[in-house]
Ligand binder design. Structure first.
Ligand SMILES: CC(=O)N[C@H]1[C@@H](OP(=O)(O)OP(=O)(O)OC[C@H]2O[C@@H](n3ccc(=O)[nH]c3=O)[C@H](O)[C@@H]2O)O[C@H](CO)[C@@H](O)[C@@H]1O[C@H](C)C(=O)N[C@@H](C)C(=O)N[C@H](CCC(=O)O)C(=O)O
Ligand SMILES: Nc1ncnc2c1ncn2[C@@H]1O[C@H](COP(=O)(O)OP(=O)(O)OP(=O)(O)O)[C@@H](O)[C@H]1O
Length: 476
């Protein structure tokens, strides 16, 4: 595509056009620039992309989009100055990739907890009902017959468009994606029109980034604003607030009057039974919160025209999502569970239904960019439910382990709970498993499927929770 065509689609402050080469791609990462790409110099939170202009040109960029004033123009290269770098990135990426989302039914899922699980449930149900659905989120992009890794829960718009193009080639008509508040705020999915926007819940998280709950809520509402139909949870205060804005939203709940309300909830072995509008559902999941996640999938499938009876049948086969209340097989008779809980709300929901006659150990830390309040809260909640906290390393990022672990311990101490601090995550896991007796629970929380620990900022060191647990079990 020629630069003049692109310029018609974006608003810009000034231009310096010095070549008429065909443009075949755009990236804001100099390392991804190829011959005849546009490099968008993104002034970020950590780095200034303008520093990488030279290296982008070396890699083949023929056009630079920028926002800074002091730019050196190199001959033969186009320079376009814009006000909103992220808007320009999204608009050009959508244009160059020919709007792949427009020919798909897009479903976005946002909320503090349950995005991955809800997205998986929606994709699972639609696939089972014969309407192929891609699933894009924290654990990668699942295109039914192939998978692609994702760097973020909500991929950068350029990566997202690449994924959607591949999904289209696979004849997939639906795509469900997790839309994080960072992704929404940073316009990673600008220009995507969603058929459904699902809002699971909202509780304290990401205050380092959004500063206030109001800002956090507003970021989430970007998805609902860009959706034809909304699905909201009336048992959540922020879900109620969303319903006031989106009066026609499809509603789900357990406790309130709603279009899709789960009633007659019963625990059956390790699963759950409930009814929705008179139809019985069985879910092979332990956590009650998964009822909310499945209600979102039920609401969408039913709204698309599938009968509740057929949705119920489809859901019966759902066995869960990796690292979301996942039992790890072992010969010790201990309930070893990997779970991705990393917010106070998730800790609360996880611990409140556990058998009272068993000892519960939880091995966890908290990510360095979560606030003091969050660190303290998870410690307090664990202690409130009598959980023995084995406080260990999660991604310390720009903070120190010592700081984070002490702040969690403050919470444990406030509720007079038991804890031990063990910096090395493998040793912490070993402590939990070796102290548990048959029938006890040992939770490994917060890392889930991630394949790293982040130290010194965002520098990743390889780590796998699953492999570490395996090693510990072999060594014991
Ligand atoms: C706050 C945030 O989300 N930041 C993201 C944002 O960073 P940024 O715009 O500040 O960019 P930056 O890292 O300062 O770098 C500036 C620019 O220089 C470029 N660069 C950098 C190095 C180089 O050699 N060449 C180069 O061109 C970078 O590609 C970037 O465009 O854009 C970058 C490129 O896409 C992301 O990597 C970065 O994610 C950071 C690392 C991050 O940790 N994000 C997390 C918080 C996040 O997005 N999480 C949510 C899930 C949250 C949840 O749990 O719900 C997610 O959707 O994953
Ligand atoms: N509806 C829910 N309400 C409260 N807690 C939940 C809910 N669903 C899941 N959880 C808890 O949150 C953890 C993470 O679940 P999930 O990965 O589905 O959420 P997420 O929003 O995608 O998280 P992230 O975006 O941070 O990856 C689960 O392991 C579980 O402990």
């Amino acid at each position: 595509m020629k630069i003049e065509k692109i310029l018609k689609e974006i608003s810009y402050i000034s231009k310096n056009i010095q070549n008429d080469k065909e443009i075949i791609g755009i990236s804001s990462d100099s390392r991804q620039i190829k011959e005849n790409y546009i490099f968008l110099a993104n002034k970020g939170y950590e780095f200034d992309g303008h520093k990488y202009i030279d290296s982008a040109i070396k890699n083949g960029a023929n056009t630079i989009i920028y926002t800074n004033d002091d730019i050196n123009f190199e001959s033969g290269i186009n320079y376009i100055k814009v006000k909103d770098q992220r808007l320009a990135l999204a608009k050009i990426s959508n244009l160059l990739s020919n709007y792949p989302s427009k020919s798909m039914r897009m479903i976005g899922v946002t909320g503090t907890n349950g995005k991955t699980t809800t997205a998986n449930l929606i994709a699972f149900v639609l696939n089972k009902l014969g309407s192929p659905c891609a699933n894009i989120g924290t654990d990668g992009a699942d295109l039914i017959n192939k998978t692609m890794p994702t760097e973020h829960t909500t991929p950068e718009i350029t990566d997202l468009n690449e994924i959607l193009i591949k999904a289209k080639k696979e004849n997939i008509k639906n795509a469900v994606m997790e839309t994080s508040s960072h992704g929404l705020y940073l316009k990673r999915n600008y220009g995507i029109d969603y058929e459904y926007g699902v809002f699971t819940n909202l509780s304290m998280e990401h205050m380092d980034f959004h500063k206030t709950m109001d800002n956090y809520f507003k970021a989430k509402m970007i998805l609902l604003n860009n959706s034809k139909k909304q699905v909201v949870n009336l048992d959540d205060d922020y879900g109620k607030r969303a319903k006031e804005i989106f009066k026609d939203a499809l509603t789900i709940s357990i406790n309130e009057d709603s279009k899709y309300r789960a009633k007659n909830i019963k625990r059956v072995d390790l699963g759950l039974e409930f009814t929705v509008n008179g139809v019985k559902f069985h879910l092979n999941r332990f956590g009650q919160y998964d009822i909310y996640n499945s209600l979102c999938a039920i609401a969408i499938a039913n709204d698309l025209g599938y009968k509740l009876e057929e949705i119920s049948k489809a859901l019966e086969d759902f066995t869960g999502v990796k690292s979301r209340f996942e039992f790890i097989e072992n010969k010790l008779g201990i309930n070893i569970v990997v779970d991705f809980a990393h917010t106070p709300e998730a800790f609360e929901n996880l611990f409140k239904d556990l058998p009272k006659d068993k000892k519960i150990y939880a091995v966890y830390g908290i990510n360095g960019d979560r606030t003091y309040d969050i660190r303290k809260a998870v410690g307090k909640i664990s202690a409130k439910y009598g959980v023995f906290s084995v406080i260990t390393t999660d991604d310390p990022k720009f903070d120190t382990f010592e700081n984070i672990s002490q702040q969690i311990k403050e919470g444990v101490d406030e509720n007079k709970g038991e804890c031990i601090i063990i910096k090395d995550r493998k040793e912490a896991i070993k402590y939990g498993i070796s102290h548990a007796k048959k029938g006890d629970f040992v939770f490994m929380l917060g890392k889930g499927e991630e394949k790293f620990l982040k130290f010194n900022g965002n520098i990743k060191t390889y780590y796998s929770e699953r492999e570490t647990i395996r090693e510990v079990l072999e060594e014991l």
